[in-house]
Design a protein around this ligand. Structure first.
Ligand code: ADP
Length: 571
């Protein structure tokens, strides 16, 4: 039965009981009223009539006067119409006979006294009969009242008990399941899905319990499958991270270590259990590598671990979620193999370029001798061939020079001869060196260099080399008869900036970040333009070795501006 129907049935039952109680009360009250009316009508009036007749008889003390006769007649007639008890008719009839006889007497006093006595006896009889009836009827009425009281009290008590039990139990009947449901829902909200409701009833609560149990079962299944897949994925990611040759260290946003793979543990020299969950700066106090990883911006690192020296590059990735940094991952990439190959390549280049320099110089020397007329005249065609060989030998010498410089930088053998020099000196050397090249292309170099500029702290040769390189590129990539601006100015109070601005073809934005990489050449250069792709890379090394900065700004079709800075001396 549904709760609605149960409530209807319960209230109807209570209503019915109240109705029964009321009905019984009305029934018994009616019966009592009927009994009382009967007593009044049947007996009390008869007693009253006999009392009136007796009073008139007593007042006469012999023969009746007309007033007394009239009174007795009136009451007797009423009594004759109110005969209700067994034997009363007979006594009333006798009373009529005696009264008629008394009325018919003609001065016989003795007979009158006798009739008075008879009448009084009869009146007493009638009165007694009615008094007995009153007593009997009163007893009956009392019994009815007692029965009614008992029955109404019983039904009332039963009704009270039912109503009381209804009042006590009904709120619980509704509230208890709701309370239990609330408790279970609270548990579910704490992700405790092992919750079951035991509502056995066949009503809405039973249905609710079943629906709830199904829901928690499904949630539990979902949670378990989810958890299992999350754990599986976690294990898989851990395995992948552990099987990597790179060292990987994960930190949360407060710099607590979340994970460290096997390579990271080996390099740091601590087991994973001693790392995870700990505050990284605390460990770094005693651990040099961790300190370097956290504090140094250095990208390339030489690490001694596992009884050998290895090279690593450091990469720090910050982990963000919804624009909020939630941690970082430090990756140490093992580049030992590449480093060894790079070293071998550098050594090879250094050896070859060194070995090539002597024969090329001797070719140049021989060419010089050939040009001398004392050795013999050469015709115009031979002269042109000799010039070509000379140009090629110059280029070869330049290339081997650049390769040697680069090898020097890479092997860390770069030696700087620092000295104080005026920027004008550097500019003059460079412009002079490139004068012929610029003239050949009819490119004019506009120099803007203030004589009042302070001296700079620099290696004159290397810095001039850099400026020559930038100017030579600017001329190379300029259109004929155009202008190259060479500007030297004070930059950020303590630095001097040298910049070379051309109005050539410019550089595509996508190549700008790679322009200073070794051997990088922008595709599409003509045969005359193309070089080794080493010039800018070496320039960068030279400038950075002097604590300066080098950079480029360029707009395709507009030209390029290459610049570098050097520390000034004094203020
Ligand atoms: P390269 O010896 O090839 O000139 P660089 O390192 O000097 O080597 O330059 C690298 C590349 O940068 C060049 O191949 C060229 O494509 C580009 N580049 C350098 N300077 C300029 C410039 N002023 N305008 C346009 N491209 C330039």
């Amino acid at each position: 039965m549904t709760i609605k129907n149960k409530l209807r049935a319960g209230f109807s039952f209570l209503f019915l009981l109240a109705l029964v109680c009321c009905g019984l009360s009305i029934y018994f009250l009616t019966r009592l009223s009927v009994d009382a009316r009967d007593i009044l009508k049947d007996n009390y009036k008869s007693v009253q009539y006999t009392k009136n007749i007796g009073a008139s008889i007593d007042a006469s003390a012999g023969l009746l006067n007309s007033r007394q006769t009239e009174l007795i007649e009136e009451n007797l007639v009423k009594q004759e119409h109110n005969v209700t008890e067994h034997g009363e008719q007979q006594l009333t009839d006798s009373l009529r006979v005696k009264f008629d006889a008394l009325k018919a007497l003609n001065g016989d006093e003795a007979k009158a006294v006798q009739l008075h006595t008879d009448i009084k006896r009869l009146l007493y009889g009638i009165m007694q009969l009615n008094m007995n009836a009153i007593e009997h009827k009163y007893a009956t009425a009392k019994k009815t009242a007692d029965d009614a009281t008992l029955l109404v009290a019983f039904v009332g008590s039963f009704l009270f008990l039912v109503a009381f039990s209804f009042t006590v139990n009904f709120p619980g009947y509704i509230a208890n399941p709701i309370k239990e449901l609330t408790e279970r829902i609270k548990e579910v909200s704490k992700r405790n899905y092992h919750q079951q409701l035991n509502f056995k009833s066949n009503d809405e609560f039973g249905e609710l319990g079943q629906a709830f149990n199904t829901m928690t079962k499904k949630l539990d299944e979902y949670e378990n499958s989810n958890l299992a897949s999350i754990l599986f994925e976690k294990k898989r990611i851990e395995t992948i991270i552990n099987s990597m040759h790179d060292a990987i260290l994960g930190l949360d946003e407060k710099s607590f270590i979340i994970f460290a793979n096997e390579v990271a543990c080996t390099l740091i020299g601590m087991p994973e259990e001693s790392l995870t969950g700990r505050y990284a700066p605390d460990i770094s106090i005693e651990n040099d590598l961790l300190r370097n990883l956290l504090v140094n911006d250095q990208i390339k690192m030489k690490i001694y671990a596992d009884n050998r020296e290895s090279y690593y590059t450091k990469e720090v990735l910050s982990v963000t979620s919804k624009d909020k940094v939630i941690g970082s991952v430090i990756i140490l990439k093992n580049i030992t193999e590449f480093q060894q190959l790079d070293d071998a390549k550098t050594n090879f280049i250094a050896t070859i370029s060194h070995e090539l320099k002597t024969p090329i110089s001797s070719i140049k020397m021989s060419l010089k001798l050939l040009e001398d007329s004392r050795i013999g005249e050469v015709n115009a065609e031979q002269k042109q061939l000799l010039e070509n060989i000379d140009e090629d030998a110059r280029r070869l010498l330049q290339i081997t020079g650049e390769l040697l410089d680069m090898a020097q930088v890479e092997t860390g053998k770069l030696q700087l001869n620092f000295g104080s020099t005026h920027p004008k000196n550097i500019v003059d050397y460079a412009v002079k060196a490139l004068k012929t090249t610029a003239d050949q292309k009819q490119v004019s170099i506009n120099v803007h260099c203030d004589e009042n500029l302070p001296d700079v702290q620099a290696d004159l040769d290397k810095t001039t080399w850099v400026l020559i390189n930038l100017l030579s590129n600017a001329i190379k990539y300029s259109h004929e008869k155009s202008v190259v601006d060479l500007i030297v100015k004070i930059y950020k109070a303590d630095e001097i900036e040298f910049s070379v601005q051309d109005h050539g073809r410019g550089i595509d934005q996508k190549y700008l970040s790679r322009i200073f990489e070794r051997y990088f050449k922008i595709p599409g250069a003509t045969a005359e333009q193309t070089g080794t792709g080493l010039g800018l890379a070496i320039a960068k090394d030279f400038i950075e070795a002097q604590a300066g900065k080098i950079g480029v700004e360029s707009e395709i079709g507009e030209g390029s501006r290459f610049y570098f800075t050097l520390k000034r001396i004094g203020n």
